[in-house]
Design a binder for this molecule. Structure first.
Ligand code: PLP
Length: 503
């Protein structure tokens, strides 16, 4: 057996086997450098890669051994397989030509924060299990609250507070459970959830998990710009109340998934107040743009009426997935709905309410130290650069939209909302679907689709870390060339691709 850190001929990066130290500092130092270099090379290689993988279903799994090895393998062997088997089967989300879904951007400081979090290996479920993890989280989330111009009612210290969860879906679910418990005291009717027809799928998923039957979910009509209609919301709530039901939870979306529509939160909030329903603002994608004062009013208006407000720095704010920031006006409402403190989790300071045990505000008990990466991004990149990035993305998207609008073959289906625009071929859905499939198969870009006003749209969301103005101009050149060439342009070979199929 080798001693920890000992190198065998030709296999300098092998970890010690049984009996060695999993934390061998020298092996970690050496291999850590190799992995950091691998990541830096990967980022540099992205512009030369196709965004989408063309693997067939089952192809990656078939290239992997069916069982784990009995004896240690070298880092070189693992990285070799990463290069040969895994990377070709990835969609490259950090690619400068990635315009699909929403960006899930990242940055050096964020990735280093993630690494430090793993290196520290702490578990911040209770304040006592790592006081600094809880306190740093409270502080950095409040830094972000101030940068976004969110109201004082969400400040930790009063009745409210902010925290980091894994995702907007989890944050919404926790708030929904808190709303359900708050409404429970009021009567025996069915509690009802309201959200616009264009609200995110996490509303329905959260309602399912929280035990709301499908008949208790109201999808409220939107106006021609995709915004929830307050008159329709009020009518639905009034009818439900008259029928003995309990208006429980209203979701206002700031930045809908399909087209970035911003619901009129002040009007929605006034209605929710009037009927005693919980108002949750889902600003998962658009929320972080409020860091720019000139964009802020549209995004945070009405937040003072919200019981909870959530946004994802892991979309466009250079914090790698996962990092959802959730603010609540009444931490008591959340904690009282979710807390179950068995003996083994009870602590003097936690039980006395002197400190916050964030595990009482979320689904899992365990907590990753996510505050580090947000802290590092805010400190090492700084608010001014983060603002400039939002401004660039909005300006480039508007410039791109002008190019599309000037081409008579195309039609803008929803004008830009921040850095999100949707467009289509005038010819119709089939032509748009064909064009989208050909453009995505060409390699350097990836767009996803949406339904806008019943039409199939090519949907462009700008916000990648490596995406520059030139990438948008190139993307338009590719799209317009392919729209003129019909189905005959060169590109990657035609073949089944999971992204060429449309509903
Ligand atoms: C992205 C998004 C979500 C879901 O975000 P997760 O963090 O992946 O759960 C929910 N709502 C809106 C409006 C979104 O843009």
């Amino acid at each position: 057996m080798r001693e920890p850190g000992e190198e065998k001929d030709g296999e300098p990066d092998r970890w010690p086997g049984a009996g060695g130290l999993p934390f061998d500092p020298e092996a970690f130092r050496r291999e850590g450098r190799v992995v950091i270099d691998w990541i830096a090379d990967y980022w540099a290689s992205l512009p030369g890669r196709p965004v989408l993988s063309d693997v067939e279903p089952g192809e990656v799994a078939a290239r992997l051994p069916a069982a784990a090895p009995e004896t240690p393998e070298s880092l070189a062997a693992v990285l070799g397989d990463l290069d040969r088997i895994i990377v070709p089967g990835l969609t490259h989300w950090q690619h400068p030509g990635f315009f699909a879904y929403f960006p899930a951007n990242a940055s050096g400081p964020s990735i280093l924060g993630e690494l430090l979090s793993a290196g520290l290996g702490i578990q911040g479920m209770l304040w006592t299990t790592s006081p600094a993890a809880s306190e740093l989280e409270g502080v950095v989330v409040d830094w972000l609250r101030q940068l976004l111009g969110l109201p004082d009612r969400f400040r930790l210290g009063g009745d409210g507070g902010g925290m980091i969860q894994d995702s907007a879906s989890s944050g919404l679910l926790c708030c929904l459970v808190a709303a359900r418990e708050r409404a429970a005291a009021d009567g025996t009717g069915q509690r009802i959830v309201y959200a616009s027809a264009d609200a995110h799928s996490s509303v329905v998923k959260g309602a399912k998990i929280a035990g709301f039957p499908a008949a208790a979910i109201r999808r409220i009509e939107t106006d021609s710009a995709g915004r929830l209609r307050p008159d329709c919301l009020e009518a639905a709530i009034r009818d439900d109340s008259a029928a003995g039901q309990i208006p429980c939870f209203v979701v206002a979306t700031v930045g809908t998934t399909a087209r970035g529509a911003i619901d009129p939160v002040p009007a929605i909030g006034a209605i929710a107040r009037r009927y005693g329903a919980w108002l949750h603002v889902d600003a998962a994608w658009a929320g972080t743009a409020a860091i720019c004062p000139e964009l802020r009013p549209r995004i945070v208006d009405g937040a003072e009426l919200a019981d909870s407000w959530g946004t994802n720095p892991h979309k466009s704010m250079l914090v790698n997935f996962d990092c959802h920031c959730l603010w609540i006006a009444s931490r008591h409402a959340l904690a009282s709905a979710l807390t179950t403190k068995p003996d083994y989790l009870s602590t003097a300071v936690g039980d006395a309410g002197v400190v916050v045990d964030y595990s009482d505000w979320q689904v899992p008990l365990g907590r990753r130290f996510r505050a580090l990466k947000l802290w590092m991004v805010l400190r090492m990149i700084g608010a001014e650069s983060l603002r400039q990035r939002v401004r660039d993305h909005v300006a480039w998207t508007s410039e791109f939209t002008d190019l599309v609008a000037a081409d008579p073959a195309f039609e803008i289906l929803s004008s830009p909302s921040l850095a999100l625009v949707t467009f289509a071929l005038r010819e119709g859905d089939a032509a748009t679907a064909g064009l989208l499939a050909r453009v995505n198969r060409a390699g350097p870009v990836f767009f996803s689709h949406a339904r806008v006003g019943g039409r199939l749209a090519i949907r462009m969301a700008v916000g990648g870390t490596l995406t520059g103005r030139a990438d948008l101009l190139d993307a338009w050149e590719l799209i317009s060339a392919m729209s003129r060439a019909g189905g005959n342009e060169p590109g990657r070979p035609e073949g089944p691709s999971p992204f060429s199929r449309f509903p």
